[in-house]
Design a protein around this ligand. Sequence first.
Ligand SMILES: Nc1ncnc2c1ncn2[C@@H]1O[C@H](COP(=O)(O)OP(=O)(O)OP(=O)(O)O)[C@@H](O)[C@H]1O
Length: 302
Amino acid sequence: MSHPPQPGQPLLTFPEADKSPLSIRAKALVFVDARSRQLRQQVQELAPAGQALLIFGEIGTGKELLARHVHRESERGGLFVAVNCGAISPTWGEAELFGHAAGAYAGAASSRAGWFGSANGGTLYLDEIGDLPLSLQGKLLAALENREVLRLGAHQPTPVDVRLVAATSIDLAQAVAAGKFNERLYLYLNEGRLDLPALRDRPGDILPLAEYFLGLYTQRLGLEIPQISDDAQQVLELYAWPGNTRELENVIHFALLVSSGEEILPEHLNLPSAAAQLALIERQLLLLSAQQREQLRQRLAS
Ligand SMILES: Nc1ncnc2c1ncn2[C@@H]1O[C@H](COP(=O)(O)OP(=O)(O)OP(=O)(O)O)[C@@H](O)[C@H]1O
């Protein structure tokens, strides 16, 4: 039998997402595991303050979804603008981020607000902020601290009220030590830090998320919701999920397409069998020293 989500509102819905039925992202935030609930509590406390936030988590853990939740909870009236820093052009990055004045360069007939200005009154989400060119990092910090931006080619700064939520999957302190990230920007962001654990470290979320994605995709594909067999549940719970929630979403989507209907079975998951996963865990346990084994025992007991 599948486990239904636990009581206590593990599912935070995003009603406005219903308006874009093609987008399956960001409809709800499934947080059931004790660690996720703790994080949700932290978000509840930090969201209204309007301070900049840094979300740290592996790829696919749900950093953008969490940032959208922060925006919603902050009740800021402006837009949520999401930008992947890896996609910012090295040449035109400054204009893309901060905008430009009319006539700033050939082809710029009218002025543009840029990503920063578009998020005025709202939230700017900068994904993988470690990829932001170093030259723009100082300018970003100045814009946040002074609450104004100087558009490329403009003579006067434009006032802006932006809440920054940045995300990273790399250790920015290490990037600072390597001279690749602006230390002052790091300290500014790190004051409001949210750690989003990897999916394998919040195992209580795995089955509720699987159920949630089953519901989402069956609705989208016009299918009946199948059960997840006990054996298939065991496979899902044992797997280490290196691609985190995004990988789980893909696995469930795939399973729905290849299963014949009433039940999702292990062979529909395209994952190592429970026996293979247990054998791997046993091999890893054998490699541990007595001290590491004791540390593990204590961690599991806590
Ligand atoms: N707690 C959750 N509840 C429901 N869906 C989730 C949850 N976490 C992640 N997802 C879904 O998993 C997918 C990946 O999430 P998201 O894009 O927010 O991750 P990310 O950490 O920002 O990824 P990346 O590091 O690649 O930018 C999305 O489709 C998202 O809707």
